[in-house]
Design a protein around this ligand. Structure first.
Ligand code: ATR
Length: 275
């Protein structure tokens, strides 16, 4: 029998997840279906309950329901750290809400881009849901320094306060203006500025030699990517993270790890065809 999975969001038509999971299933011979489901903005919980009744085995959750999802089922430590849930497995006795976004980013940086985070100076730009979702998994890799910067400094400060430092790394929250003298080995843009083609008020001098500039969005060259490229940084978009977070969800559901590289290449090729 085919096991049913889905991603729930609003909007959802643009989602690449059905393609990604179909490829994972084909590659690993798993008999599953995976569809994109649009939930009404005020109807997330009832949509989820309906899927459980219909025998769905698990779901992914995307914008804008990731925060609400935290309160539906028991959150895992990863979900508590992230402040949001993107993966639920209905097939266990206790239903946990998990979050695979952060591990997806870390896997993309370390396994696909082959850059270790340990002992690196990391700048995380943004203090919204996307930034919070990746903060703890980044810290788990023991960077030497992590600075959180955000247009609204108080939000960066609040995120910084949540860091339980074991003394192995330095951490702080800084305003954009206070970064003038600083240099980083990994700079991650977790703001939504790319969506609106807005440039960030950061100096190009923040990109250290051999820096990785990681844009968590995918699908277009953002002003952040263009600036980093011009400054000589290695630039990556969030497509690898998208596929890696999906692979982690697939592993939770199916206990099988798909090979992400060919799927990343396929999604990238599809994007090129469109543009
Ligand atoms: P998401 O879930 O995508 O993180 P969010 O929680 O609304 O969305 O967070 C958006 C992030 O992008 C925030 O860090 C936001 O900065 P503020 O906290 O100051 O709002 C950042 N952002 C959005 N527009 C921005 C802009 N024009 N310049 C700088 N940062 C911006």
């Amino acid at each position: 029998m085919t096991d049913k999975y889905a991603v729930i969001g609003n909007p959802i038509a643009h989602s690449k997840s059905p393609f990604v999971h179909a490829e994972f299933a084909r590659q690993t011979n798993q008999n599953i279906s995976y569809e994109a489901i649009l939930a009404p903005l005020d109807g997330f919980a009832s949509t989820v309950n309906g899927l459980i009744e219909q025998g769905y085995k698990g779901i992914n959750i995307t914008v804008p329901f990731k925060f609400e999802a935290r309160h539906l089922f028991t959150p895992t430590k990863r979900a508590i750290d992230a402040g949001s849930v993107n993966t639920i497995d209905f097939s266990r006795r206790v239903i946990y809400g998990d979050n695979t976004d952060g591990i997806g980013l870390v896997s993309d940086i370390q396994q696909n881009l082959r850059i270790t985070i340990q002992n690196k100076r990391v700048l995380l730009i943004g203090a919204g849901g996307a930034a919070e979702g990746v903060l703890h998994p980044l810290l788990n890799e023991a960077p030497s320094l992590i600075v959180i910067t955000n247009r609204t400094l108080d939000k960066a400060r609040n995120m910084d306060k949540k860091i339980l430092s074991n003394g192995a790394f330095l951490h702080s929250a800084k305003a954009f203006d206070d970064l003038a003298e600083a240099q980083f080995d990994i700079v991650i843009n977790a703001t939504s500025t790319g969506l609106a083609d807005i440039a960030l008020p950061i100096q190009s001098s923040i990109f250290a030699k051999n820096c990785l500039a990681y844009e968590m969005m995918y699908g277009r060259e953002t002003p952040f990517m263009a600036q980093a490229r011009a400054a000589g940084a290695q630039v990556a978009d969030g497509l690898g993270m998208l596929v890696e977070q999906a692979a982690e969800a697939f592993y939770i559901w199916r206990n099988v790890r798909p090979d992400t590289q060919p799927v990343i290449q396929m999604v990238r090729a599809l994007q090129m065809e469109k543009s």
